[in-house]
Design a protein around this ligand. Structure first.
Ligand code: ABU
Length: 652
């Protein structure tokens, strides 16, 4: 058979790929030589039949219409293939195909594929899931970056690796990754591992489709619609729209874009230069700088404006190019806080007064408005100030973004009061409930979000407290006028043909600014099916109970000082080490206390015993934030946390 090789080109073909190669080349030859070529037909038939056999080679030969011969041969026993005098285009395609010797392909060796995947799943179940969620194992295995690079052997090489090596690589990836499903992982607003959600994620990855059209994602288009309907119902809406987004910040930016488009529907055609300066109110924790009290800030946004041009894909390139750097006018970013309901005692406008004073000196603000407006720390008056300021500055207010569950302290803005202001002034009300939205499932605690039904849009991340898995971030809208599609649609003719054989309203791709979109609904849907509303509600309530348990236990111990009574499942506190106890009056007490959390964090991570986040917040120095989110947690884990902090900090 190998005599057929004309030595013009000899290619290595991996054993696992040889059948696939035979099929592929057979297809090329059939196309090129024509199926009627007797020489080709016979050889191809022979080759095809033999290609199915366990050890024999296959040969395909033919003659094209112009008389130039081409020949291909496969020799599985020698694990080589030869192909000769094929057109260069075909040759280069074959070279690309034949250059991968690492993994089995589905077509080439389904048995090897199955063996590989079963082995990988076994490693995942053993290492990532069982060990990864066991308190007898570490939550992380810290390595310095240079050492980790060596351990992982990250370089990508021309030669592929064996299945055994690949499995070792999977083990190493899992070993050195942080186990976010571990009961001692308190570091982020997500934690825990829901098996049904994970099953959904595995299926999603295996099916590998994009959510943009019904034709390629029929199940998921209908499922997304149903999941969003369920989330909207919990908000309190019987109709509306929505979309799963790549994260809460993107959901929030969508809301801004929609609010602006609703107010200026011709902005896509006319460009942003034609709009007046716009102003919005948003939760101060969206901003870069954090102040003592989470609440609202007025952000005349240079920060936000950086994000907006990316949300206008439908603008003609020329008008995009002519836009100012920001989508909202180029104002300074300034904040004024209002208190959230539990934090009125922290209310202090003094720093803000000096900022506004500077604006006044710079002629950006009328003194008339300045006097008599800022000094009262009362929500209504502060809003009155906002309104007056904005109107006087010429900026057009268009949106308020309130927060239900701030990132650090877990505070909830008073939505009813904010909704009153929005209603009075025709402002779009967006609620960033990325963290706190899941509380809507709890009959006991959903009052924290009273008023959310009055919002125009809501961002809610089930990947956080519900542990649906990253990412699962819903933007929910009360709108029923197809605003999402009108605002973001670009009518790509290769995806959204209007003469399709099914109802094209099912195609969701024009609701979003991206093109391909991950399927994020299945993991949530499957988990919800398994748990029901009741199971999910129990999880939320349990998290509140455990957070309260942790707080009460802290109060019994000497070395723990709460930042505030938690409103949610964020428990914020200082660990006061023995050397600082009773020294509260020392001038350097706060400075020294602020250094404790980073030291303890390093110790816990290097031991792998637990992970807790810390941060400064406004004028407060570093403190720990424990997020009680993992549904596998028990009181014993809370006790462990306190004991472990005491152990790690006993010499400080
Ligand atoms: N989306 C902000 C999440 C930050 C955190 O997990 O702490």
């Amino acid at each position: 058979m190998e005599e057929l090789c004309q030595k013009e080109s000899c290619l290595d073909l991996p054993s696992q790929e040889w059948k696939k190669g035979a099929e592929t080349l057979w297809g090329f030859c059939a196309q090129w030589a024509g199926p009627k070529s007797s020489h080709f037909t016979e050889a191809a038939r022979l080759g095809w039949r033999k290609a199915q056999g366990p050890s024999l080679g296959a040969s395909v030969a033919g003659r094209n219409g112009t008389g130039s011969a081409h020949t291909c041969a496969f020799s599985p026993s020698a694990r080589r293939s030869y192909l000769c005098t094929l057109p260069p285009a075909l040759l280069s395609r074959e070279i690309l195909m034949a250059d991968s010797e690492a993994l089995p392909s589905l077509a080439g060796d389904p048995v090897a594929v199955e063996a590989l995947l079963r082995a990988v799943f076994g490693v995942v179940v053993d290492e990532a899931i069982q060990k990864g969620t066991s308190v007898s194992q570490k939550v992380c295995e810290w390595k310095e970056p240079e050492e980790l690079k060596q351990l992982l052997d990250l370089e990508l090489r021309s030669q592929g690796e064996s299945q055994k090596q690949i499995l070792e690589r999977c083990r190493a990836v899992i070993r050195y990754s942080v186990k976010t499903g571990h009961p001692r992982f308190f570091n982020q607003l997500f934690s825990g591992l829901d098996p049904h959600a994970l099953a959904g994620r595995i299926i999603t990855e295996s099916l590998n489709t994009s959510q943009y059209t019904y034709e390629i994602a029929p199940v998921f288009v209908l499922m997304e619609e149903e999941v969003l309907r369920k989330l909207r119902a919990l908000v309190g809406w019987s109709s509306g729209d929505g979309i799963f987004c790549p994260g809460g910040s993107i959901s929030n930016m969508y809301a801004v874009n929609l609010a602006r488009y609703q107010r200026y529907p011709d902005c896509k055609q006319r460009g942003l230069r034609t709009l007046p300066p716009l102003a919005l109110f948003t939760s101060k924790e969206v901003g870069k700088r954090h102040r003592p009290n989470p609440g609202l800030l007025i952000l005349i946004s240079s920060q936000l404006s950086r994000d907006l041009p990316g949300l206008l894909p439908a603008l003609p390139t020329s008008s995009k190019a002519s836009l100012p750097p920001g989508g909202c006018a180029s104002f300074q970013s300034r904040s004024v806080t209002t208190p959230s309901r539990r934090e009125l005692r922290f209310w202090d406008l003094a720093p803000t007064v000096s900022e506004w004073s500077r604006l006044m000196r710079e002629g950006k603000w009328s003194p008339r408005i300045w006097r008599g407006r800022l000094v009262w720390p009362r929500l209504r008056l502060t809003f009155h100030f906002f309104e007056t300021f904005i109107l006087d500055s010429g900026a057009v207010p268009f949106l308020v973004s309130a927060t239900s569950g701030t990132t650090v302290l877990g505070a909830f803005d008073p939505l009813e009061a904010i909704a009153d202001v929005c209603q009075r002034h025709g402002l779009w009300l967006h609620v960033d409930a990325a963290w706190g939205g899941s509380v809507l499932l709890s009959q006991t605690h959903r009052h924290l979000l009273d008023g959310i039904q009055r919002a125009d849009s809501v961002a809610w991340n089930p990947h956080k407290l519900l542990a649906a898995g990253l990412q699962c971030s819903a933007l929910l809208l009360q709108d029923t006028s197809n605003l999402l599609k009108r605002c973001h649609g670009s009518q790509a003719s290769y995806l959204f043909q209007q003469d399709k054989f099914y109802d094209v309203a099912l195609d969701t791709g024009d609701k979003v600014v991206q093109c391909g979109r991950r399927v994020d609904c299945l993991k949530l849907w499957l988990m919800w099916k398994a748990q029901g509303d009741q199971g999910l509600e129990r999880r939320i309530d349990q998290a509140f109970v455990l957070a309260r348990y942790l707080v009460e236990e802290m109060k019994k111990r000497e070395g723990f000082e709460l930042v505030m009574e938690p409103e949610f499942v964020n428990v914020c506190f200082w660990f006061v080490p023995p050397s600082l106890r009773g020294k509260q009056e020392s001038p350097d007490y706060h400075e020294r206390l602020s250094k404790v959390a980073p030291v303890l964090k390093e110790r816990m991570v290097k031991e792998g015993s637990m992970m807790i986040g810390y941060q400064p917040h406004g004028t407060r120095g570093n403190f720990f934030r424990v997020v009680v989110a993992n549904s596998a947690l028990t009181c014993a884990d809370m006790d462990f946390l306190l004991n472990e902090l005491e152990r790690l900090g006993q010499d400080l």
